[in-house]
Design a protein around this ligand. Structure first.
Ligand code: SF4
Length: 428
């Protein structure tokens, strides 16, 4: 810890969903405003804060690993765990992992007070970065939380337990936050929440919120983190006539078998999911539709898995995130009969991952030769990378500073996890 004459350095890190990223960004900004000096999670920090995730046992392991790495980086650092794993297993993090301060979702808003009570006070410092710059320690795109919590209780999911019921931010707060981020220089805003399709505030649903943002802010690009298939309506999709809305829809499928979907307590059938995809594609043929799939859910037979696989192949997803089922204590599915053996889950995951790779390549392939605007995010070894609005990662070689600029590029060859592009005009 520093001697009190310099500002304490603090690293804010996050694992899991985009909601966690949004919360980490907000927290970083509040800490900077309170006088802490933000550093990257890869640097040595006096205080290391991790916004944890507990959606799978792999997420738990990653959180513990990240905390141990931070301890190794600076053995004297004060470790702070907040968020979902901190909510579910505070003792484990405190006693076993030696985390100094554990604040679950119920208490994480008290982080600043808790830090100063425990002697980790900020010291005002003259060279404080302006707010917009401090947050860029984390990301180029900015994530804004508009909603939190879920009351759906899908049978496998721990989120309603650790995040609680649904709460939405008032429209005015969201608009003020979007305007603030736009003035700080961000071109892309990603709206996040546990279930943003259930956004509801004073009569405004998600559609109303989007209308307000498009009409009343100068945001250049607006992306939604994820939606449920039953939330796709013709009225909602009509909003995409405004091309500031990114043609990217993350619709979690979880399974392409009606039997499994029913056991998961999802609120749609495979047919309804397909109708939502068709509605999007009829209006926006170049939209990227990405999804999550759980393999090896309790009782999933070989034929149910195969139905799901065939359905995913037919849907031509731009990306498929594959999760082998992992039982979460306090969920209904953890007590279901017919647990699938690990080796079977592994085989099914590999098969689904191979399909995901082919499907992603096929999606990118359609755009070769096209000119599309890309928001450039970062440079590594002279290669810039960024995203199109329909979520294609594009790389170009350039020694110019392209960061946070929205510039057109001609898409060339499919490479690695994206596409190589060629700048069609020199960046000015
Ligand atoms: S909708 Fe289902 S999977 Fe998503 S957070 Fe709610 S309970 Fe979990």
């Amino acid at each position: 810890m520093n001697n009190g004459s310099e500002a304490a350095t603090i690293a804010v890190d996050s694992l899991g969903c985009k909601l966690n990223q949004a919360e980490a960004e907000l927290l970083a900004r509040q800490l900077a405003e309170a006088g802490y000096r933000l550093v990257s999670p890869d640097d040595e920090a006096d205080i290391y804060v991790l916004n944890t995730c507990t959606v799978t046992s792999l997420a738990d392991r990653k959180c513990r690993h990240r905390l141990r790495l931070a301890r190794r980086h600076n053995p004297n650092a004060r470790l702070v765990a907040i968020g979902c794993l901190a909510q579910r297993a505070p003792q484990e993090l405190g006693r076993i992992e030696g985390v100094d301060l554990v604040l679950g979702n119920d208490h994480k808003s008290r982080l600043l007070q808790s830090l100063s009570k425990s002697g980790c006070e900020a010291t005002p410092h003259a060279d404080r970065h302006p707010t917009g710059q401090t947050v860029s320690v984390l990301r180029t795109r900015t994530f804004i939380k508009v909603q939190e919590g879920c009351s759906s209780f899908c049978s496998y999911c721990i989120v309603p337990v650790v995040r609680g019921g649904e709460k939405s931010s008032p429209v005015d707060h969201v608009l003020a936050e979007v305007r603030r981020q736009v003035s700080a220089g961000y071109k892309e805003v990603v709206l996040t929440g546990t279930k943003i399709g259930s956004y509801s505030h004073n009569g405004d649903g998600l559609k109303g919120l989007l209308e307000h943002i498009l009409a009343d802010t100068g945001v250049a690009r607006l992306r939604l983190s994820s939606l449920q298939p039953q939330e796709i309506t013709p009225g909602l999709i009509r909003l995409w006539q405004d091309d500031r809305l990114c043609r990217h829809f993350h619709l979690a499928l979880q399974s392409g078998s009606d039997g499994v979907l029913a056991r998961m307590r999802r609120r749609y059938s495979v047919g309804e999911y397909e109708r939502s995809v068709s509605l999007i594609r009829a209006a926006l043929p170049e939209a990227a539709i990405t999804t999550d799939v759980i393999v090896g859910f309790p009782g999933e037979t070989e034929s149910e898995f195969q139905q799901g696989y065939d359905f995913c192949r037919r849907m031509d997803f731009a990306r498929i995130h594959v999760f082998p089922y992992s039982p979460r204590q306090d969920t209904e599915a953890a007590g279901m009969p017919g647990m699938v053996a690990d080796r079977i889950k592994k085989r099914r995951s590999q098969k689904m991952l191979a399909l995901a790779e082919v499907s992603a390549q096929n999606f990118r392939q359609q755009f070769l030769g096209k000119i599309m605007p890309v928001l450039w995010e970062k440079q590594t070894d002279g290669i810039w990378s960024g995203l199109t609005d329909n979520y294609i990662k594009v790389y170009v070689k350039s020694d110019q500073d392209l960061r946070n600029r929205l510039l057109p590029v001609k898409l060339g060859e499919v490479r690695r996890d994206g596409v190589w592009g060629e700048m069609i005009a020199p960046a000015r």
